[in-house]
Write a protein that binds this ligand. Structure first.
Ligand SMILES: [Zn+2]
Length: 204
């Protein structure tokens, strides 16, 4: 099982953030529970994070956000999941045959909302690493980064489950359209409670 913790950075997650996702604070508690459980049970977790510089092309689409070195770019729960951490740079590359370590926290930087723009992550995907893997996805924003993550993993043949009460979208219209696209793609929706129960049962 791999957790995908998408862009849970202060600029998206807090009302004073530069690109606040409306109502994102309603999922803070569930994000923290999922990450804490990953730490306790040793679930390998991939946290993606925007790491921008002034003038990045993405700022033609979205207001400037997550500028490297500013507090807004920090992950909201910076200390979680508390597993050995591996930072993956924007320009990192995955050699064929690369695999993820067990019980490790990968923090993957990106400059585009699609996380598979990161060559390291895309390399793993193209290499078939995620095929048949159970991938649990949560974070923000449902209609942009989470959407790209889910569809990218489906394309890679992963068994994707989205934690429906631990995601948050920018606009109601594009969010419901995204949910419809996922349903069509056979994506399973789950809840925080269900994931936590599963972890507890597996580790008992
Ligand atoms: Zn960004």
């Amino acid at each position: 099982m791999i957790f995908f913790d998408i862009d849970t950075q202060i600029d998206f997650m807090k009302a004073e953030g530069a690109l606040y996702v409306p109502e994102a604070e309603t999922i803070h508690g569930r994000i923290a529970s999922l990450l804490a459980a990953a730490g306790e049970a040793g679930v390998t977790t991939i946290s993606t994070r925007c790491a921008h510089e002034p003038g990045d092309p993405e700022f033609d689409l979205f207001p400037p956000h997550c500028l490297e070195g500013t507090p807004g770019a920090e992950r909201l729960f910076a200390e979680l999941p508390g597993l050995p951490r591996c930072e993956v740079a924007v320009s990192a590359i995955a050699e064929p045959g690369t695999s993820l370590q067990e019980a490790t926290h990968y923090v993957v930087k990106k400059k585009v909302f699609d996380l598979f723009a990161n060559e390291w992550l895309d390399g793993l995907r193209r290499d078939g690493y995620f095929q048949e893997k159970e991938c649990i996805v949560f974070g923000v924003a449902t209609d942009y980064c989470v959407r790209a993550c889910v569809l990218g993993l489906v394309e890679a043949g992963a068994r994707v489950r989205v934690v429906g009460d631990a995601i948050c979208g920018v606009s109601p219209t594009t969010t419901s359209e995204t949910l419809a696209v996922w349903q069509k793609a056979g994506v399973e929706m789950t809840t925080t409670a269900e994931i936590l129960r599963g972890i507890e049962e597996a580790t008992r």
